[in-house]
Design a protein around this ligand. Structure first.
Ligand code: FES
Length: 217
């Protein structure tokens, strides 16, 4: 059975700061498992895959957010047809979220990538700016990596449409393609292309558009 994290999805609460230093301090990037990730595995991973990104759940526990990638795994987090699942492993249906809601999702389990956290948001499509890749959205849904592009913390807070990283208060506007609106992050959270299957489930149509987490900017 897959050991999914148990985030209180949809709830706006600060969770894990998986980078060291905590709020207001200069990060030293990842702690514990993520420290390993930061090292050559992560560099190799990004260099090899190039286009990875992951985001995560509101309030995902620290343990879950420090294991975004399995060591040694090299490959896409998502690919065409991979279902988005919630923290219980349930496939996400088109009707799962109301407009304005947010949910942390993951790629349906495959070796090494089952915990890649992704933020799924839903807004009226007319509210998205041109920075949201319309071809990556469906039925008002857009998905972004939950891994902060500054130092790899989970973007786990929210102020209306602004996604907030609790570590150093990086801010990303979900309606503007998760573009940075405040704090130290240097680039937007990468977007994941998604669609709805004929039987009503949300699936990816490819991998994240850019690198996951720090680096790659
Ligand atoms: S890790 Fe520093 S703002 Fe997110």
């Amino acid at each position: 059975m897959i050991d999914y994290p148990k985030p209180d999805d949809d709830e706006e609460q600060a969770d894990d700061c998986s980078c060291q230093g905590g709020p207001t301090e200069s990060p030293t990037l990842y702690s514990d498992a993520r420290a390993e990730l930061r090292r050559r595995d992560f560099a190799k991973f990004l260099a090899t895959v190039g286009g990875l990104t992951a985001v995560a759940s509101l309030a995902a526990p620290l343990a879950s957010t420090t294991q975004v990638f399995e060591r040694g795994y090299e490959g896409p987090v998502y690919s065409d047809g991979v279902h988005l699942v919630d923290s219980e492993g349930e496939r996400v249906t088109e009707g799962r979220l109301s407009e304005g809601d947010l949910l942390t999702v993951f790629p349906e389990p495959r070796p090494g990538i089952e915990k890649a956290p992704t933020l799924l948001v839903r807004y009226p499509e007319s509210e998205y700016s041109s920075n949201v890749k319309q071809g990556f959205t469906v039925s008002g849904y857009a998905a972004f990596s939950k891994v902060c592009t500054h130092a790899g913390c989970m973007v786990s807070d929210r102020e209306e449409n602004v996604l907030v990283c609790p570590c150093h208060f990086g801010r990303f506007d979900a309606l503007d393609g998760a573009a940075v609106t405040g704090g130290p992050p240097g680039r937007a959270l990468p977007q994941l292309p998604i669609t709805v299957t004929s039987d009503g489930f949300l699936v990816a149509t490819g991998d994240f558009e850019g690198p996951i987490g720090p680096g790659g900017g």
